[in-house]
Design a protein around this ligand. Structure first.
Ligand code: HEC
Length: 273
């Protein structure tokens, strides 16, 4: 992925250079480019988007680690339950232990009281804030959205998320930035309330993969893609099976038709007076 990513990036750099050359030639094109308040994300060659390709489980495991250690401070992932991660990122025992570290409010009990108990596999992942207002209050008025379906909720889903996470840079001269907002050209308007979440070496991957910003972004985006579409692998496998069966049925139907029709098609009719 890394080498393919690099080749796409260098191709894009050439395109960008060509675009700059073209815009200096035609001012109309320059106006169109500049009047857009957002940079469109690169199209990246994700490993899991092919018809016959599946998610990279090692990457999903690393992505879940990035989510838990970085994004979970601010973002919930409320549609995902621990049990759904079994066999995808971790084993049952690892997840039972991970879930039991969280205190979940349950109840009411026989006396009508709510009580806390250790988490179970059937619990959803814990949310960082009790409610929307608490989330806004902790983030200068901006609510960190739930990430479960985020890949589906934005144009160019995973490409946008990758570009957003890796695209923070200094605001260009003349762009006023309000306090508490950060410049990110991929976010519509350019000013986002999310501080740059990823740092080189920000997490310690247990498989020894170097935790660069782009590696963490790739892993967490692939993980969020799985969250939005956990059934993708099964769906592709079943589609391949259906296509095989349908292809075989089509062949057999063709053969059957020819077999049945062959006496009629090959007979010679002669009329004798
Ligand atoms: C310090 C808190 C914080 C952390 C940590 C954080 N975010 Fe955010 N995030 C926010 C806030 C606040 C917003 C809302 C930004 C806005 O509306 O301006 C946001 C928005 C987003 C959005 C939506 C952008 C859009 O197009 O609306 C995505 C996607 C996102 N975060 C992904 C992530 C990922 C992935 C991580 C972990 C690598 C992460 N965030 C870590 C606070 C955080």
């Amino acid at each position: 992925m890394a080498t393919r990513l690099r080749s796409v990036l260098s191709k894009h750099a050439n395109k960008a250079a060509a675009a700059v050359a073209a815009t200096t030639a035609t001012s109309a094109a320059a106006v169109t480019l500049l009047s857009d308040d957002v940079v469109h994300p690169l199209h990246l060659p994700w490993d899991h988007t092919g018809l016959l390709s599946s998610y990279d489980c090692a990457s999903l495991r690393r992505g879940f680690q990035v989510y838990r250690q970085v994004c979970a401070t601010c973002h919930s992932l409320e549609r995902i339950h621990y049990r759904e991660l079994v066999g995808v990122t971790h084993s049952t025992d690892e997840l039972v232990e991970m879930a039991s570290e969280v205190d979940v409010v349950d109840g009411p009990n026989d006396e009508g009281e709510m009580f806390e108990r250790p988490g179970k596999l059937t619990d959803p992942l814990p949310s960082p804030y009790a409610n929307e207002e608490a989330g806004r209050a902790a983030n200068g008025g901006a609510l960190p959205p739930d990430l479960s379906l985020m890949v589906k909720a934005r144009h160019s889903g995973q490409d946008y998320l990758f570009s957003l996470l890796t695209g923070y840079c200094d605001a260009p001269a003349g762009k006023p930035m309000m306090p508490g907002l950060y410049y990110n050209p991929y976010f519509p308007g350019g000013a986002i309330a999310m501080p740059p979440p990823l740092n080189d070496g920000g997490v310690d991957y247990e498989d020894g993969t170097p935790a660069t910003i782009s590696q963490q972004a790739k892993d967490v985006v692939q993980f969020l893609n799985w969250c939005a579409e956990p059934e993708a692998d099964t769906r592709k496998k079943q589609a391949a099976q259906y296509m095989l069966v349908i292809g075989f049925t089509a062949l057999m139907t063709g053969y059957y038709k020819r077999f049945k029709w062959s006496p009629y098609k090959t007979r010679a009719i002669t009329y004798v007076k």
